[in-house]
Design a protein around this ligand. Structure first.
Ligand code: KIV
Ligand code: ZN
Length: 517
């Protein structure tokens, strides 16, 4: 793997002192799960925790124990997995909350209370003195019961600085081992964050931690600024999930720390994509293509100049190799594509067009692009085969599909598929007719078991109940990923055809066994 980074040679002259190592405190399972509309099952939480552990995060915040019985159970299960990451859970400085965390058998507790006057008055109906007293008592109670404590003054960045320092010092004296400084509503800029952390650091002794929210899109930048000012830990979530606009993203922060500062984090970088994909699947929240590091387009190139540049030297348009984070480069066919890109894609498909054929293929791709059509891998393959006069090499063909749906039946489908001339029948039951039809197909053959439908997008091209559906799918088998699409007036058929096209691309050179489920 190419671990070289192609960064700026400009070096900032202003004085800053980041630590050599930063602890990654992952709160995907707590703050991340506070994303509106999101909940994980206990099993999903456990699986995410295992993956975070393999990823190398220093701490996992497994949940907020007082929330529910299921939350408590999930935290306890995760705490008992024997992970290398330290498992922690959230509590207010209230005996009932802390007891719930103690029951979960975690070695570390994260205690928080609001410290801004706004929160103290309008949410807690309390006073600064009372909040300070409660914090100290909570920390001491947890310490007396044998757990280590991290303390967070919630809404720290809107808290009066003198009071913030006073409560941080009191927490430290009561035994808090880390002071986490939350920018709860994401109001900071990087420069403000830097000075804010410097100020607290000048008055405290224990390690500081950053917890940045993304309300103004500054969470990653603010986290880095806190670390430049000397914070030794940062709270992050996978895919930046979290309340409102989310938290600082683990992927962005960890990769920035590695590339820009050479800071050790313990993260196994080439597992980042896998963990991100798992969380996208479990959360049902899919990242926009332009998302840094893990988005579909983060290492994708279409325009002729860029493709030519990246193919002659990746550093021309990629600051790090996609493999470093567990992704693959994608060259995309489209109206901006040049002949270099199209040629490399077609060669990867195992085809060798001559110069004239290549010119004709590129021209057709541009014509489609001008007509507003995105060109998937299977479209390009079909165009190339047509121009090169290659007859169909589809191995998987649909013979018959029957779907039953209605208000009194569970959507059910049966599909007859011909694979290399041999007929197979599969059955599927799903949430709707498309789901049932897709399941009938993937259930047909054991070789389809490791084909994953990673993306599914349907657009109505025309309006009305007779609208034409345009389905695009992204399918993976091992490390091969292909896109395919189909258009039909029948939404089920458009979906099935797109999937079969993807299957045919993925299986074209494979040696299929004559097995069936
Ligand atoms: O954003 C916040 O203030 C929090 C605290 C619970 C640390 O998530
Ligand atoms: Zn938060």
């Amino acid at each position: 793997m190419d671990n070289q980074f192609y960064l700026s040679s400009f070096k900032a002259k202003s004085e800053f002192s980041p630590p050599k190592r930063v602890m990654i405190f992952d709160t995907t399972l707590r703050d991340g799960e506070q994303t509106p509309g999101l909940t994980y099952t206990i099993d999903e939480k456990v699986e995410i925790a295992r993956k975070l552990d393999e990823l190398g995060v220093a701490k996992i915040e497994a949940g907020f124990a007082i929330t529910s019985k299921g939350e408590e159970e999930a935290i306890k299960k995760i705490a008992c997995l024997g992970l290398k990451s330290i498992v922690t859970a959230l509590a207010r400085p209230i005996k009932e909350d802390i007891d719930k965390v103690l029951w979960c058998d975690v070695p570390y507790i994260h205690i928080f209370i609001s410290t801004s006057d706004l929160h103290i008055k309008t949410m807690l109906n309390s006073t600064r003195e009372e909040v300070l007293r409660q914090s100290v008592e909570g920390i001491e109670y947890a310490r007396d019961h044998g757990v280590k404590v991290e303390f967070s003054p919630q809404d720290a960045t809107r808290t009066d600085m003198d009071y913030l320092i006073k409560i941080c010092q009191a927490a430290e004296e009561a035994g808090a081992e880390v002071l986490n400084i939350p920018d709860t509503v994401g109001v900071m800029t990087p420069r403000m964050t830097f000075e804010f952390f410097r100020e607290i650091k000048n008055h405290t002794k224990v390690p500081l931690s950053s917890h940045a929210h993304n309300d103004l899109g500054q969470a990653t930048a603010n986290t880095l600024a806190a670390i430049e000012a000397g914070a030794e830990q940062c709270h992050v979530t996978v895919n930046g999930l979290g309340e409102r606009a989310g938290n600082a993203s683990l992927e962005q922060v960890a990769v920035s720390l590695a590339t820009q500062y050479g800071i050790e984090t313990g993260i196994v970088y080439n597992k980042l994509a896998e963990v991100s994909d798992l969380v996208q699947r479990f959360s049902g929240i899919y990242m926009p293509p332009m998302t840094p590091i893990i988005g579909d387009n983060a290492f994708a190139h279409e325009s002729g100049i860029h493709v030519h540049g990246v193919l002659s030297h990746s550093g021309n348009y990629e600051i790090l190799s996609p493999e470093f984070v567990g992704r693959k480069r994608r060259i995309v066919a489209g109206k901006h594509a040049g002949r270099h890109g199209i040629e490399s894609m077609i060669e990867e498909m195992g085809l060798k067009p001559d110069k004239e054929q290549l010119k004709a293929i590129a021209a057709e791709v541009k014509t489609l692009g001008d007509a507003g059509k995105s060109v998937t891998d299977t479209d390009l393959y079909a165009i190339a085969k047509n121009i090169m006069n290659i007859k169909s090499d589809d191995r998987v063909k649909l013979k018959q599909l029957l779907v039953v749906t209605g208000n009194t039946v569970t959507p059910t489908a049966s599909a007859t598929i011909v694979i290399d001339g041999k007929e197979y029948v599969g059955l599927g039951v799903g949430n709707g007719p498309i789901d049932a039809a897709v399941k009938a197909i993937v259930n047909i053959h054991s070789e389809f078991k490791d084909v994953f439908l990673e993306k599914f997008m349907m657009k109505a091209i025309t309006g009305g109940t007779d609208a034409v559906a345009d389905v695009t799918v992204g399918m993976r088998r091992g490390d091969r990923f292909v896109t395919a699409s189909s258009v039909s007036g029948d939404t089920v058929m458009a979906s099935v055809e797109a999937i079969l096209r993807g299957m045919n691309r993925l299986l074209v050179h494979e040696n299929l066994k004559n097995t069936k489920y």
